[in-house]
Write a protein that binds this ligand. Structure first.
Ligand code: LCS
Length: 394
């Protein structure tokens, strides 16, 4: 029946099960590390995977609170199953360790979150995994990057922080033909605006720290995909242990209940702010997938149902002017992370992407003057007034 629900109803209702003991309306927080077996036979059957149920909170399905979040997220993404993690990075690590082994090759989008870039460029090669960073917004580049050993294609669309968009359906089809897994980091768009699995990708993941939690008060990650892959990944999850806490899982369930409402406001505000910035003569350029000036505007319109709340821009005067702008905002918070109710502003070249070598940043368009804005759900007029006064102070 849940498959037939509309997205908003799924946000509120999917996977929620009334508490059978006391009738609690909300999903309880199972703050426990372990579960009692009725007898040794049951314990052995659970460990052998012959009987479903809970064993120990590190081992999937972790706890009933985690299971509700995983199922709810899978419902929203249109996947068969889900798995929660301690952070987005724990999720990306577990996917990589499940899909790749020594001698394999990974194709990754060249514009990605800084720590994902570092995981792929520093940690995976040490395990004997070859990585190619490719401008995936150009299909020819993707086709040329395939090798016989290519086992996974990792996409981030829209990408952090340039908002570059790549054609998920086309790349997923190429990956399928070549026998490689197609994974999409859907953190910026969320399943409300983009559903990679429906476009043909194998896995869709989100850092819950962002829009899923939504309130900048937790760390978490979640993956949706086929039952077969999620089951395969459970060994890596259990053996490496990057597990979300039960309280965080509960906060994410609560966050998802308002995802559709928050995302509408994030996108509405971001469009207004993007248009305001684009109208200013002191702004050099603005990147927002909802603006017709975005290089992949038509593609974004095709594969996304809305453009979310992230944008980047550069003001005339480059890095120095950008720094002065950031130091002069009063309402916007100078902080990394994104997807919060509050508007956050930051400088990727010296913060979120400082770990990406300067030459790579230049090549992929993360200029020194690029300012990233995560537009919150305050009144858009107040956000624009703040940016206006900060631009005046530059
Ligand atoms: N994927 C994307 C697209 C991200 O932006 C981030 C974090 C992650 C994965 C990792 O998620 P985490 O482990 O933090 O839950 N992005 C951040 C950012 O832009 N500022 O601070 C963190």
């Amino acid at each position: 029946m849940e498959r037939d629900m509309k997205f908003a109803t799924k946000c509120v209702r999917a996977a929620e099960k009334p508490d059978p003991i006391f009738g609690a309306h909300t999903t309880p927080i199972f703050q426990t590390s372990t579960f009692i077996f009725e007898n040794t036979e049951q314990g052995a059957a659970r460990f052998a995977g012959e009987e479903s149920g809970y064993v120990y909170a590190r081992i999937p399905p972790n706890t009933p609170t985690h299971a509700v979040l995983a199922e709810k997220f899978a419902e929203l993404e249109g996947g068969e199953a889900g798995q929660t993690f301690a952070s987005g990075m724990a999720a990306i690590t577990a996917i990589s360790l499940t899909a790749l082994k020594q001698g394999d090759h990974l194709i990754s989008t060249d514009v990605i979150y800084g720590c994902t870039y570092s995981l792929f460029s520093q940690i995976l090669p040490g395990l004997g995994i070859d990585v190619s960073f490719v401008d995936t917004s150009k299909i020819e580049n993707v086709k040329q990057a395939f090798k016989p050993e290519t086992k996974m294609v990792f996409l981030e669309s829209p990408a952090n922080p340039t908002l570059t968009v790549c054609d998920i359906a086309e790349i997923a089809a190429i990956a399928k033909e070549k026998g490689a897994l197609c994974v999409v980091d859907n953190t910026f768009a969320t399943p409300y605006f983009q559903r990679p699995l429906e476009l043909g990708a194998d896995l869709s993941l989100s850092s819950c720290t962002k829009y899923i939690g939504g309130h900048a008060d937790l760390l978490g990650g979640v993956v949706a995909g086929s039952k077969a892959f999620i089951n395969r990944m459970s060994a890596v999850v259990g053996y490496t242990g990057g597990i979300m806490g039960p309280h965080e899982a509960w906060l994410c369930i609560r966050g998802l209940k308002t995802l559709h409402v928050r995302m509408e406001r994030h996108a509405e505000n971001a469009m207004k702010v993007a248009k305001f910035l684009e109208s200013r003569p002191d702004v050099e350029w603005v990147r927002y997938p909802g603006l017709s000036s975005h290089p992949q505007y038509e593609l974004a319109r095709k594969q996304m149902s809305g453009f979310s709340g992230m944008l980047s821009f550069e003001i005339r005067g480059g890095i120095e002017a950008g720094r002065r702008l950031i130091d002069n905002v009063k309402l916007c918070s100078l902080a990394v992370s994104l997807g919060a109710t509050d508007t956050l502003i930051q400088h990727p070249a010296s913060m979120t992407h400082a770990c990406v070598p300067c030459a790579v940043r230049k090549k992929v368009g993360i200029t020194d003057g690029l300012v990233r804005l995560s537009v919150g759900i305050e009144d858009s007029e107040d956000i624009i007034t703040d940016l206006k006064q900060a631009l005046k102070a530059v």
